[in-house]
Design a protein around this ligand. Structure first.
Ligand SMILES: [Zn+2]
Length: 260
């Protein structure tokens, strides 16, 4: 279920893989895409989200994961998982005390309210999680090639600062890596013009974009610490990949929340 978990002060961080859920066929097993997909059942996805929320409430079992400070303090009540309708833009939605009626259309969720598990989904795009662990301000960001150029991560950081965040830690989740994410040369140039660090070449010598390197450059001097979970979604079948699976691909997620 979780490819990675971390816990700092009251902040819990998790990236899911594709195992431990109820979805079948190409979506097997832990598809978190509320947008559904051909042959996927919305109730099944809701059940998957419930399983993830329950597991997060239990916290990380000692010794099973990486990066944990003090696993015995993990866990706590999750008020709910907040997702968003991701559109490859740079809009940020702030999650407060109000229960959101529907997923907001945004590519970043930011909150200073404990208990809401903010979720960014991906299948080659990168889920980026951010926190000021002392002040309890968190963000979940979906960044692909377009989001990188649009600056969705810097915009989420600005929204966190507005909520009182000062010292940021960032976690970069599984994504299509810079050695696999092949694009036309003109597209590579266009992205690199905006974010030079994203310029890359595939392992077979063709133009590519390195989304994680681009995001890391955008966080340089902004985040005090960047934890790169690594893992390439195209190479690693523990994850969903749009490039590898096509439109019948599920979504894994990055989730972050402040314990209530
Ligand atoms: Zn790769």
């Amino acid at each position: 279920m979780f490819a990675f978990q971390d816990q700092r002060s009251a902040v819990e961080v998790a990236f899911t893989d594709r195992f431990g859920g109820l979805s079948t066929g190409p979506y097997a097993e832990l598809n978190l895409s509320t947008r559904g997909g051909e042959g996927e059942d919305a109730d099944t996805v809701r059940s998957n989200l419930g399983l993830v929320a329950a597991a997060m409430e239990r916290g990380a079992p000692p010794g099973s994961t990486t990066g944990l400070d003090s696993p015995t303090e993990a866990g706590g009540a999750v008020r709910g998982v907040v997702a968003m309708r991701q559109v490859h833009g740079a809009d940020v939605a702030v999650v407060g005390d109000d229960v959101l009626e529907a997923d907001p259309e945004a590519d970043a969720l930011v909150s200073a309210t404990p208990g809401w598990a903010l979720m960014a989904r991906g299948a080659d795009c990168i889920p980026v999680l951010l926190a000021d662990t002392d002040r309890g301000v968190v963000a979940a960001v979906h960044a692909g090639r377009a989001g990188l150029v649009a600056g969705v991560v810097p915009r989420a950081v600005a929204a966190m600062h507005d909520l009182g965040a000062v010292r940021l830690t960032a976690w970069l989740g599984p994504r299509a890596c810079g050695r696999c994410y092949e694009v036309p040369a003109a597209l590579r140039d266009q992205v690199a013009a905006a974010v030079p660090a994203s310029w890359s070449e595939t392992s077979w010598g063709t133009p590519a974009v390195d989304i994680a390197a681009g995001v890391a450059a955008q966080l340089d001097g902004v985040a005090a610490e960047v934890v790169d979970v690594g893992r390439c979604t195209i190479e690693d079948r523990d994850f969903y990949s749009y490039r590898r699976q096509g439109s019948a691909s599920g979504r894994h997620g990055g989730l972050i929340w402040v314990r209530a």
